[in-house]
Ligand binder design. Structure first.
Ligand code: SAM
Length: 287
């Protein structure tokens, strides 16, 4: 595949930003070439320039979807970073089970679920440590912009290399079954999670409030500050007053949205709304 012109690179950066909010930084030509080369080849174009020419004629259809999806980074693993799931187990769920004792309902949204390891880790944590939740209404909704990774997540089928990364052996034995050379999440766990497409940039989200826990991990890092602010502002409106937000290790609300306060739990951090930011309070919160 031939290289890519300066114009094509500028166009792709702008397109990806407009459609997904992902910022492709200057000097990342190699990244665009490695991600879009296969897309161009598969669609029968001789170069990425030709692919871009076609898209400029009309930004729509499967080609547009393939380009945007190819530019997402879907890196993930079971129990990634561990602390968030420790926090879930030791603080968030016990606390919410007390607070929701009468409604017996917990709603969790995982907003950048990739191939599903994160929402399935949440489901495993609940199953393993809170058997009493079996009689509760527990909704785990997992969303992502990328329909291809969501299809994999829905299938719940993982390669040995994926289950060998972070998943404790007893959990593999208990919650997965062999499927050829791969491992498939057993049906009861798979059925705890509902997957759906959601672009965090879209003006309408298919997920609404009130949510008790929002996982939005390792996705804000790809966005610029105004987009982070906009998304955190929208999360704030669907998060319950006593709900929790979990971000990735390199992400924070600090200096982006002051309506949140961080809560330290062991070695991890999670976020809650400051009392002044709650609906009905007089303090004005921008966003
Ligand atoms: C690095 S993965 C993080 C997966 C998981 N949360 C974790 O921490 O392991 C980032 C995910 O964000 C998704 N993503 C990127 N831009 C998005 C957007 N605008 N809306 C929704 N999802 C997006 C990507 O498709 C990708 O699957």
């Amino acid at each position: 595949m031939n290289g890519m012109s300066v114009e094509t690179y500028a166009y792709v950066r702008d397109l990806v930003h407009r459609r997904s909010a992902i910022v492709v930084e200057a000097g990342k030509e190699y990244l665009v070439e490695s991600r879009l080369g296969p897309v161009a080849r598969q669609a029968g174009f001789a170069s990425i320039d030709d692919l871009a020419r076609k898209l400029r004629e009309g930004e729509r259809g499967p080609l547009l979807t393939q380009v945007i999806e190819a530019m997402t980074t879907n890196e993930t693993s079971f129990y990634r970073d561990q602390h968030p799931f420790e926090t879930l187990r030791t603080k968030l769920v016990p606390e919410l089970m007390k607070a929701r004792a009468s409604s017996r309902s917990i709603r969790i949204w995982c907003g950048a679920a990739s191939t599903g390891q994160e929402p399935y880790t949440i489901a495993m944590t609940l199953r393993e440590h809170f058997p009493e939740l079996a009689t509760w209404s527990v909704h785990i909704v997992a969303t992502d912009l990328n329909s291809a990774v969501l299809a994999r997540a829905r299938a719940g089928l993982f390669k040995p290399i994926e289950v060998n990364r972070g998943l404790p052996a007893p959990m593999l034995v208990k919650y997965f079954e062999r499927d050829g050379a791969d491992w498939r999440i057993k049906a009861p766990l798979r059925q705890m999670v509902t997957f759906q497409e959601l672009n965090l940039l879209d003006p309408q989200w298919s997920v609404s409030g009130p949510q008790d826990i929002v996982f939005l991990r390792n996705v804000l890092i790809y966005f610029d500050v105004p987009t982070k602010r906009q998304i955190l502002g929208r999360v704030r409106r669907i998060l319950r007053p006593d709900g929790y937000l979990l971000l990735g290790g390199a992400e924070t609300t600090v200096n982006i949205d002051d309506a949140y306060q961080s809560v330290r739990v062991g070695q991890g951090l999670c976020y809650q709304l400051k009392p002044a930011a709650l609906p009905g309070r007089s303090a004005h919160v921008a966003g």
